[in-house]
Design a protein around this ligand. Structure first.
Ligand code: FES
Length: 499
């Protein structure tokens, strides 16, 4: 627990705003709307009266104990609080090692990394700006070898966990602050790689919102129909290269994935799915690519799950249930603290397998009130099942819609690439078992790791890869799932489990 003592001035500020001003970033997943309950602090001194939202979100005991929501609490005069930092801050290292492995492996074996016209010994930094995490790789641009990688949480997280919260914050006058936060994160990462942020050439991939915030562009049009980006073209300013995107919800990170997996050069048809809060996907080959994004929600990141946590030490990541007996593994072998994304998927599969949950998502009466017990007070509830149904249905229906719109069947897909950390860690049989992925494609599915960073590394090593990016964008067409009757039908259909 950390402590902070301060005094409020004449202008009323929330604790969240005060701490941000001091460079202290609390978890604030809902972006300060008072709905996520993540920004808890405890007043040791100067405790203000609870607000209506705090009375709803906190128990009577917590309120008595001085616990408040930092985004709602406006103390007057002197106060002292204790608080904890965002959990990702503590776990950045474990995320790093997974991403490092993915990138280094591709970097050492991918032949397209090394064909280039860069000067001997020239180094560059490739960066993937994710909504949650930022990853940077230092590459020897001549040989295409990845020398080192580092990651950090995206400190814009203090303004909300998802792109919608960031867009809102930017539109509410925080555009410059958000830009400064990401610029500082990038400079720190480059410095951690032992390079000078002012002089080293940099190649950047990221989703459209992250790129808008970095460039200081207005996000006004990103959050409202028809969701038009200000600028997603390839930018090259001095020694900084910003990779191009396709649309507001299919950004440069997905184009980088298309290039990294070689889909843009392939005769055969491949598919790429990134199962994040926004499930982004692409299908196609060197002649034609269809892309789409679907609001899957954060269930597979442990979000909106009653005992959900990020992939932190102690998170239950593997589960087996036999005759009601639960066996589990936690990250780092630590005492269980909650369920991370893979744990959520595995519990869901096991409950279906054991017939504790039926194909409609209905839980056995015995567990409806208090949830199914997993470990100590960690349970899986009826509401959690609904969250999984929404997430899995959005991803599967999105993928099916793209396949049908492309006019093909499963047998024509050579490889299904799963991008991102979740795709790398899931048990494919269990994923197919709950219906996120089609059973037919499991034998042709590959975990591709951080394809956004890999694609940025490729562009850093070989200037001609820029042409591949431009080609990939030019042959890509977005399918709007929100306007697709086919998607709506499939979405309802895939709410059911295939047991
Ligand atoms: S309740 Fe979400 S940030 Fe405060």
């Amino acid at each position: 627990m950390l402590q902070f003592t301060g005094t409020t001035g004449k202008t009323k500020q929330t604790i969240l705003e005060l701490l941000r001003g001091e460079g202290i970033f609390l978890p604030a997943d809902c972006g300060g709307r008072g709905t996520c309950g993540k920004c808890r602090v405890r007043f040791l001194d100067g405790v203000p009266a609870p607000t209506e939202e705090e009375q709803k979100k906190l128990t009577a005991e917590q309120l008595r104990d001085g616990v408040r929501l930092a985004c709602r609490s406006c103390p007057e005069g002197e106060f002292t609080i204790e608080y904890e930092l965002a959990e990702e801050e503590i776990t950045a290292e474990s995320i790093a090692s997974e991403k490092d492995a993915a990138v280094t492996e591709s970097g050492s074996s991918g032949p397209s990394y090394g064909q280039n016209a860069n000067a001997a010994g020239e180094k560059k930094v490739a960066i993937d700006i994710g909504t949650t995490t930022i990853a940077a790789a230092l590459v020897d641009a001549e040989t295409g070898k990845v020398i080192d990688t580092v990651t950090s949480i995206n400190h814009q997280r203090a303004f909300g966990a998802d792109v919608i919260s960031r867009i809102k914050a930017s539109n509410d006058g925080k555009k410059e602050e958000l830009k400064q936060l990401v610029c500082t994160d990038l400079r720190n990462l480059v410095a951690q790689l032992g390079e000078d942020p002012d002089t080293i050439p940099v190649v950047i991939a990221g989703n459209t919102t992250m790129q808008h915030l970095l460039l200081g562009l207005s996000c006004e049009t990103l959050g409202v129909a028809p969701f038009t980006p200000v600028d997603i073209s390839l930018h090259e300013v001095e020694n900084k290269l910003m990779l191009p995107g396709i649309s507001t919800y299919v950004g440069a990170d997905i184009v980088a994935g298309i290039v990294a997996t070689g889909m843009d050069q392939s005769d055969e048809i491949c598919m790429l799915i990134d199962m994040g809060t926004n499930g982004e996907m692409a299908i196609g080959n060197k002649d034609r690519i269809l892309v789409a994004s679907t609001a899957a929600g954060p269930a597979f990141e442990g979000g909106n799950i009653s005992c959900g946590v990020a992939g932190i030490p102690g998170a239950i990541s593997r589960v087996n249930i036999t005759d009601g007996e639960v066996q589990y593994e936690t990250i780092g072998g630590k005492e269980p603290v909650g369920l991370c994304g893979t744990g959520v998927l595995e519990v869901m599969f096991e409950l279906l397998k054991e017939e504790i949950v039926d194909e409609t998502g209905l839980m056995d009466d015995e567990y409806v009130d208090d949830g199914f017990p997993l470990a100590g007070s960690i349970v899986f509830t009826d509401r959690d099942i609904r969250e999984v149904q929404l997430a899995k249905s959005a991803i599967r229906a999105g993928a099916e819609t793209l396949i049908k719109e492309f006019g093909i069947t499963y047998d024509k897909i050579r490889t299904l690439y799963l991008a991102g950390g979740f795709g790398q860690k899931i048990d494919l049989k269990k994923a197919a078992g709950i219906g996120i992925l089609p059973e037919e494609l499991i034998g042709r599915t590959e975990a591709a790791g951080n394809t956004s960073l890999q694609g940025a590394v490729m562009a850093a090593c070989d200037s001609s890869v820029k042409e591949r990016y431009l080609h990939a964008v030019s042959i890509s067409e977005e399918v709007s799932l929100s306007e697709s009757a086919l998607f709506n039908d499939l979405y309802v259909e895939h709410m059911f489990f295939e047991v």
